[in-house]
Design a protein around this ligand. Structure first.
Ligand code: CA
Length: 363
């Protein structure tokens, strides 16, 4: 055999051996990965098992455990059980818990543009938010915003349009909100401040006592289904709509980056799909339950339902445009997020004017 032919043969044998070895290696590591089990802690900003917001992450955790046949078990903690509500972001960022559930606008102090991934005043509805996040570039921007915090964000719920909130006096003009101490998060709180109110940041579990004891004068929370569960009607008389400040807030699941990277691809897919499922399911639950809860509030508890006057809404809308624009500040990524959000919003609302809106007005 010529030396060049011998070298070629040896090379071929070596290549085959190497390939065989690799295949065995892949199979072995694949088996190991498919049998590896994970136990995660999921911390939430919600009171434990609060209907709607609190029960959604519980359902998501159960879905993931069933789908993974027990390979990924997630234990859900209510606010304050492992960490306080407002420390969920840091706890997951630092790996104290592998996963969290809350709302992005709670973390404006860490990343001002985070509010765009929950809701902004007079912004997009639930349906529109889902379109932007999944097919309009929103998710990619959210990933980039949270990357420096070692967090993977996932849309994991939506309440639909909320109520404007609970008040102990009628709101007939902006004069009536002067000095009003109101629990209202996100950019809506910033708008209230600009028109003379005093926004207060409180997690859900602290609202009722604060309202009842007069620490705050007014509050918003979610809508009839959730607000009835918190008993807010026993501490305030007037229930105002529409929820100009939260027209379709996305709730978020956040996953610690190292915990995410440690999962094999199939478990990552299950977490993604389960969060997408709960994102849709929560909206379905609120849609199904809100009006029945509203009837209970009005008919059984004597709650006074009121619509915010048009001129109040007009003034809030004008201030909101400035607040939302300024939320982006000088940060280049925040500016990119604002531009993407507004471009999508402008586009989708012009079609929705002649589809969703036209139909709802016509039916
Ligand atoms: Ca709210």
């Amino acid at each position: 055999m010529q030396s060049s032919a011998r070298i070629a043969l040896v090379f071929t044998v070596l290549m085959l051996a190497a390939c065989g070895g690799n295949q065995q290696g892949n199979t072995a590591s694949g088996d190991a990965a498919s049998q590896q089990t994970f136990k995660w802690k999921l911390v939430t900003t919600w009171p434990k098992n609060l209907p709607g917001l609190g029960t959604a992450p519980e359902r998501m955790a159960r879905d993931i455990e069933v789908m993974s046949q027990g390979r990924l078990k997630i234990k859900v903690y209510g606010a304050g059980e492992l960490v306080p509500a407002m420390e969920v972001f840091d706890a997951v960022s630092q790996g104290t818990a592998e996963m969290g559930h809350g709302a992005a606008y709670y973390w404006r102090g860490k990343a001002p543009a985070a509010a765009f991934f929950a809701t902004v005043p007079f912004g997009m509805t639930a349906q529109e938010m889902n379109g932007w996040l999944r097919y309009g570039g929103g998710q990619e921007l959210w990933d980039r915003l949270y990357a420096p915090f070692n967090l993977v964000p996932l849309a994991s719920g939506n309440t639909g349009v909320q109520m404007a909130g609970w008040f102990n006096k009628e709101i007939n003009s902006l004069e009536d909100v002067q000095g009003l101490k109101m629990r209202i998060p996100g950019l809506g709180g910033e708008v209230l401040k600009r028109v003379g109110g005093e926004p207060v940041a409180l997690p859900g579990g602290e609202i009722f006592t604060s309202l009842e004891t007069g620490v705050i004068d007014a509050t918003e929370w979610v809508g009839p289904y959730n607000d009835l569960a918190l008993g807010l009607h026993t501490a305030a008389r007037y229930y105002y709509y529409p929820g100009w400040h939260e027209p379709g807030p996305t709730l978020e699941a956040i996953v610690n980056r190292a915990a995410w990277d440690a999962l094999p691809e199939d478990l990552q897919a299950m977490v993604r799909i389960a969060s997408q499922a709960i994102n849709d399911d929560m909206l379905a639950e609120f849609t199904a339950r809100n009006n029945t809860a509203l009837r209970t509030l009005v008919d059984e508890h004597g709650v006074e339902l009121r619509r915010l006057p048009d001129d109040v809404l007009k003034a809030l809308r004008e201030v909101s445009q400035d607040v939302v624009r300024q939320a982006a500040g000088d940060d280049p990524l925040a500016k990119e997020i604002y531009d993407s959000y507004m471009a999508f919003y402008t586009n989708v609302r012009s079609y929705h004017a002649l589809s969703e809106q036209a139909y709802i007005n016509a039916r």
